[in-house]
Design a protein around this ligand. Structure first.
Ligand SMILES: [Zn+2]
Length: 167
């Protein structure tokens, strides 16, 4: 690759090591022209097969675009979306697989979105899992409640009762 300092078209690898998580390789390089050193990181490129059959590189930006729509009007910041996209990429990398289909990406997004915002999660799940009846929504909401109850969040149920008692 080009030297980032003088644009010399070549560089020499002087050290190479695998990152602790085994997911990337860092190479220390030196430019034979100006002598400056720089580091490159090499990771397996993740690709996505779209429903149309087109293969394209995985993009955090595309994850953010998809999730951003579901988050309209919700208290979710761009930083939250960026972090979510990063977590999605990390969870995909952890599978050790390099190619995914659109469905896999949706599956990888769901648990992270659920942690971020339950309403956005329901919106996203309804499109992605093509909910076509109220039953599908009810089942998803029930799952959310169960998950919340399992994590000790009894407060949600109580809040609902309070609201119901208000006239
Ligand atoms: Zn150089």
């Amino acid at each position: 690759m080009h030297c980032p300092f003088c644009r010399h078209p070549d560089s020499r690898v002087i050290d190479s090591r695998t990152a602790d998580d085994g997911m990337s390789i860092r190479r220390r390089r030196q430019c034979p022209e100006c002598g400056k050193r720089f580091t490159t990181t090499e990771t397996a490129s993740l690709t996505v097969i779209k429903r149309s059959g087109v293969v394209e590189p995985f993009s955090r930006e595309k994850v953010m675009v998809g999730v951003r729509k579901a988050c309209q009007g919700r208290p979710v910041t761009e930083a939250d979306l960026a972090l979510l996209a990063q977590r999605v990429e990390e969870s995909l990398r952890l599978t050790g697989v390099a190619q995914f289909d659109t469905n896999d990406i949706g599956v990888a997004i769901l648990p992270h979105l659920r942690d971020l915002d339950e309403v956005a999660y329901l919106r996203f799940a309804s499109v992605y899992q093509s909910f076509d009846s109220l039953d599908d929504f009810e089942a998803a909401v029930r799952e959310l409640r169960d998950a919340r109850a399992a994590s000790g969040g009894a407060a949600a149920g109580r809040a609902e009762t309070d609201t119901a008692n208000e006239k």
